[in-house]
Design a protein around this ligand. Structure first.
Ligand code: ATP
Ligand code: MG
Length: 384
């Protein structure tokens, strides 16, 4: 008697011309997520089946497949010979302690002498003999037990469908880069875009020695958590110290953050091009802080000329973002109290509605092209 795992994927995106590449991507991603574990993976009637798995690996496989984008749910099932006496015996372990149940039978093997309804009746009879207090409820049972009679002479028996993360297979939408700070928002933004099929990498700006190595390590740890949803995660760490110093010394104080943001975006765009990314993602949410007003976003956005900028959190409340951060496991790391480079030389009154022409003029006080070139020379690559 073998434990197997049935994996279900969304049908919607598998309908079109891209079906083949989506499926291939999903299969590759499942295999990669399960690296180090022995198993075989087969496609079976609109599902995947993980077989030949050691019993002690089942829980680990469950943990990992729950995080594979593109999968909707899974069930741990028993693979049994299609023998009604065996099924009658094994189904008892799935019954609830009290309340109601039903058997839902799907019979692909039309040669099996009992039809679906007869199988359900036989199993239901065995169940009620074993536990006479239970009742059958076909419409709203406490426990639904599934019996899938396959053509190949075996039957799957399972009860629970456990939800996976859903979304699109990572990689099926291409590659993207996220501006990853140590805060709560940007890891959530990265997660949301990975869920739509983008293989994310990240750029982090740090201002050593104004920001500590711990602040950088925190971002590395966040990237590590994100890697568990997409197999791996490349983090590019860019030193922002000289750029910040130059802005601080030469530009009006209240424009500091706006100009910083513009330069961050320019660097992100260059890195994106270099690494084959088709978009830039940020963790901005409208009205959360001064740099996230319509006017501020307009001024930051205009520096990016050749790529779309995605802001998946733009319409979310902080509470909603926090709920997702908790769900995906980044929240506790994000609230560790290390400073971000944005807090260095922080102006008392940052401009809330920057005027593009004033910012552009202020920015010419520094040679940002040269500063960007310098920063790009020394990008640290951390592969997670
Ligand atoms: P977060 O929680 O993501 O840090 P935040 O609320 O602190 O966001 P801001 O500091 O205004 O917001 O940053 C807005 C966005 O700019 C971030 O979500 C992130 O995408 C990017 N960003 C900010 N600081 C950095 C940094 N040091 N390195 C890389 N990206 C950054
Ligand atoms: Mg931040």
């Amino acid at each position: 008697m073998e434990k197997v795992i049935l994996l279900r994927f969304g049908e919607i995106y598998l309908k079109g011309k891209n079906r083949f590449s989506f499926e291939k991507q999903l299969l590759d991603n499942i295999k990669y997520a399960l690296r180090g574990i022995k198993f075989s993976l087969n496609r079976m009637h609109g599902r995947y089946l993980i077989e030949n798995l050691a019993d002690e690996d089942v829980v680990e496989v469950e943990t990992r497949v729950r995080r594979v984008f593109g999968l909707i749910s899974y069930s741990v099932a028993l693979k049994l010979p299609t023998d009604i006496e065996v099924l009658k015996k094994e189904c008892l372990a799935y019954l609830p302690e009290n309340g109601t149940f039903r058997f839902t039978v799907n019979r692909a093997d039309k040669k099996f002498p009992l039809n679906s309804q007869q199988i359900a009746m036989a199993l239901g009879g065995a169940a009620l003999t074993y536990a006479p207090k239970l009742k059958v409820d076909l419409f709203d049972p406490d426990k639904e037990i599934f019996v899938d009679v396959r053509e190949e002479g075996y039957t799957f028996l399972f009860a629970d469908k456990v939800s996976c993360v859903g979304g699109m297979p990572v990689g099926s939408s291409g590659k993207g880069i996220v501006l990853l700070s140590g805060g709560i928002d940007s890891p959530v933004a990265a997660y949301r875009m990975a869920k739509r099929g983008l293989k994310m990498c990240g750029v982090h700006f740090h201002s050593f020695p104004y920001t500590s190595p711990m602040a950088k390590q925190k971002v590395v740890d966040l990237a590590k958590i994100l890697s568990t949803y997409q197999g791996s995660f490349d983090l590019y760490v860019v030193s922002f110290t000289e750029i910040q110093r130059a802005i601080h010394e030469n530009c009006p104080e209240e424009y500091m953050i706006t100009i910083m943001r513009r330069i961050m975006m320019r660097i992100a765009e260059r890195l994106a091009k270099e690494k084959g990314c088709g978009s830039i993602t940020t963790g901005e949410s409208l009205a959360q802080v001064a740099s996230q007003t319509q006017e501020s976003i307009l001024v930051t956005n205009e520096t990016v000329e050749t790529l779309p900028v995605f802001r998946p959190l733009i319409g979310m409340d902080k509470e909603e973002i926090i709920a997702t951060a908790r769900e995906i496991g980044t929240f506790d790391k994000s609230i560790e109290p290390y400073e971000d480079c944005c807090t260095v030389f922080l102006p008392k009154y940052p401009v809330i509605k920057p005027k593009p022409e004033l910012i552009r003029a202020a920015e010419t006080k520094i040679d940002y092209e040269k500063l960007i070139e310098e920063a790009m020379k020394d990008v640290e690559v951390i592969r997670l």
